[in-house]
Write a protein that binds this ligand. Structure first.
Ligand code: ADP
Length: 407
């Protein structure tokens, strides 16, 4: 009686194990190097056969891509011959769609009805391999990015050095031109041409140096309490000679006569001159440019607007990026290096302000700057001593190098 119960329980258990093995998500095989003696439903599912019986008497080697069969066979033979257990092996299996899966096989020796065989459990580790591959890709991308950043840093440093090197001979040429001008009584058009082109080069060199300083976070503005209305008005007036020459109407408008704010006057002037030089560049004869300053108490708005060629909608978000030009062709009509607006934005942000553009192709562009003034001292008026060595002064004489693209 007691033995009967034991026997039944043993059979029941064996049946349950078999059922469990059938539904395991892992592929289970009993096999040697030539034949499969048993496999579960997952093995049939992977290979695309209906019945596990269809796989019996085929070789497990057939499931492995031909290139990997040699090493897999060696593994099977070694597992059959040696007494090591259990053994692990990684290879690839081909599924019913011909898709390659990475698999890990755990194999142990198994006596199948008197035959020396192997019991192998095959686990699909494609997702793990994919994660590993992705991790490797990320690591490699990180390394490439680090290399690129290092290379970019080296390039930027080289840019800065070469720009300084360029500035020295340029200043020597400019000094020589100045002396020649002093010696000759009449206006020499070739000398003027040389000087103007030196200014253009100087502007480019200065802009490159400042761009590298800004990118390296080395650029500081020198703020002082200054009448921003007076500054902008005189800057606008200083370009009237050029707008007149180009037949463009220039207007200035403000809602206050005076507004003291803390700002860097040199850099403020540079912001306005850059925007004005663009407006002059991109506005046809007969067009208009409006410069307005509005005091709103805690902030001021400076607006430079033109009815020139305008900027396509899809290009507007890029124009503040360095080197970005809407027309990049070699045949483009307008001069420029694509650094002006990058510097303008950086300088506005140094003043804790913001700049936006509104533009419509063929209708014109409007650059709106908002500068906060609430945190600024409004009473103190420190006298303004222009820096003789700044970008705008050469031998004590103020030179309009920001406009050198449009002479
Ligand atoms: P650039 O020195 O080439 O003028 P900027 O950074 O000053 O460089 O300007 C970038 C680009 O933005 C210009 O090349 C031009 O395509 C466009 N742009 C800037 N201002 C205007 C404007 N007022 N009207 C039309 N396009 C403009």
């Amino acid at each position: 009686m007691c033995d009967d119960i034991k026997e039944n329980t043993f059979e029941d258990n064996e049946e349950r194990y078999k059922n469990l093995v059938q539904v395991l998500p892992e592929l289970v095989f009993i096999h040697d190097d030539k034949r499969i003696f048993y496999c579960n439903q997952s093995a049939a599912n992977m290979t695309g056969v209906q019945d596990t019986k269809e796989l019996l008497d085929t070789s497990i080697l057939e499931m492995v891509p031909s290139k990997m069969q040699y090493s897999f066979r060696n593994f099977i033979m070694k597992s059959l011959e040696e007494d090591i257990e259990p053994t692990y092996f990684q290879t690839k299996f081909m599924d019913k769609n011909g898709e390659i899966k990475y698999v890990e096989i755990i194999t142990t020796k198994y006596n199948f009805q008197g035959y020396p065989a192997l019991l192998s459990v095959v686990r699909d580790i494609t997702h793990v391999r994919k994660i590993n591959d992705l991790e490797k890709d990320i690591e490699q991308s990180k390394r490439l990015l680090d290399d690129a950043l290092e290379y970019d840093k080296m390039k930027t440093e080289y840019f800065a050095t070469i720009s300084h090197e360029l500035r020295t001979p340029l200043n020597v040429i400019l000094a020589a031109i100045q002396l020649l001008k002093l010696e000759s009584d009449q206006e020499n058009k070739y000398m003027k041409m040389m000087q103007q082109n030196c200014f253009r080069l100087l502007r480019l060199v200065n802009n490159i140096i400042d761009m590298t300083r800004i990118e390296a976070n080395y650029f500081d503005i020198k703020v002082q309490s200054f009448d921003i209305i007076k500054l902008i008005k005189s800057t606008v007036l200083s370009v009237s000679e050029y707008t007149n020459k180009k037949g463009i109407n220039l207007f200035f408008n403000t809602n206050v006569e005076e507004k003291m704010i803390l700002c860097d006057p040199d850099q403020m002037e540079r912001i306005i001159l850059n925007l004005l030089s663009n407006s002059i560049k991109f506005t046809q004869r007969g067009g208009n440019i409006w410069v307005s300053v509005y005091d709103y108490g805690k902030k001021i708005n400076i607006i430079v607007k033109d009815d020139g060629i305008g900027i396509p909608q899809d290009k507007q978000e890029y124009i503040f990026n360095r080197f970005h030009q809407v027309d990049k062709s070699f045949t483009r009509k307008h001069e420029g290096s694509g650094l002006g607006l990058f510097l303008v934005k950086a300088l506005v942000e140094k003043h804790k302000g913001e700049i936006i553009v509104r533009s419509e192709l063929g209708k014109g562009s409007e650059f709106i700057i908002e500068i906060p003034c609430d945190t600024f001292l409004e009473t103190e008026n420190i006298p303004y001593f222009p820096n003789e060595y700044s970008n705008y002064y050469y031998n004590g004489e103020k030179i309009p190098i920001e406009l050198s693209d449009i002479y």
